[in-house]
Design a protein around this ligand. Sequence first.
Ligand code: PMT
Length: 402
Amino acid sequence: MLKGKRIILGISGGIAAYKSLILIRLFIKAGAQLRVVTTENALWFVTRVSLESLSQNKIYDKVFGPENDYTTEHISLTDWGDCFIVAPATANIIGKLANGIADDALSTSLIAFNKKIFMAPAMNVKMFDHFSVQRNIQWLKDNNIQIIEPNEGYLACGYEAKGRMEEPESIFNAIENYFSSENKVLAEKKILITAGPTHEAIDPVRYIGNQSSGKMGFAIAAELAKRGAEVILIAGPVQQQTPQGHIKRIDVTSALEMYNAAMDVFPTADAAILNAAVADFRPETASNRKIKKSDNNLQLSLVKNPDILATLGNMKKKNQILVGFALETDNELENARVKLSQKNLDFIVLNSLNDRGAGFGGDSNKITILDNNNAVLKFELKSKTEVAADITDKLVACFSND
Ligand code: PMT
């Protein structure tokens, strides 16, 4: 369930920090990717060496310093993470988040994080019961921060009372449950996807087309169906098998056919992901007889095809999510940004033909996701199946933020 999930673990300065080492092991064993952010005080309780060895990554503990690659790590880190868990969460870090204070690596990262946050408080019972801590916890709960309540039991200060951080296994289960319910987000969703090329007939044997194989779009359809969505897959002429699951496939040939099918489906869809490489132009007239070879040059008059994505962008209702692709060869980010805004998209997936192994035909792709909140997420070269999972995660996050 957590395989490939990107988890940020925040550790603040309390004796329960030793339990976060066990939590790190559980996450790594489950195949999650982990980054650790600590307060300065946390490093009195657990060492940098233990945290870095177990998490297999450098920790982030100072906003400024020569060891930082750059001083906006709290932004790149928080763009990267799928969820943030602070364990243990002291009264201090709870108070900082509840009151918008950002004065160290952990508090700045928390304030920059706009996805799911969990906090597992740990402190002496008198501190936990204090009205200011209770008020801050209530405020965080009201703002969709999930508090993993502490247990009653032996506390480091010698008290037997509430304040012990929940055990690592239970914290791990809470995160796992979150991601499994996140999968349910798609269960009642109808999602339209276009895939493959279009062929624009010149005559009964010739056409204008492109090299799209349909692999990327079919991989997305497979991932959406795997997560329980009802998928309507509008496919251009491709040699792909329809993936398993709740997928209705509509085969089309030309851009006009794809346009008509998309117009039929979109009004009742919750989201649409337009991955097809649609021909921008078609021959003004297609000859119904094979054009004979001659010694003269052949002139073709081309007319513009409708832009399916832009049309859906104009029709889009408030509760619908629209995702486009951008296949670029130069000024990639700039061109993708223009498409994102001009076509009224929630996010756009950029793939560049300048990246080896990306784009048409092959089994891999390298993407960058740009969204309408100006976030830019860059991914490594991955298999199209893994890329489809990254795109689906982003779609789920859009539904969850609605
Ligand atoms: O099929 P594969 O071999 O696996 O390759 C996948 C892919 C490289 C084709 C795919 O990942 C991809 O990039 N698809 C979009 C290709 C494209 O047409 O890009 P574009 O930048 O020209 O178009 C921008 C967006 O507008 C796309 O979402 C496209 O589907 C859409 N569009 C374009 C023209 C048009 N007339 N109607 C559209 O809806």
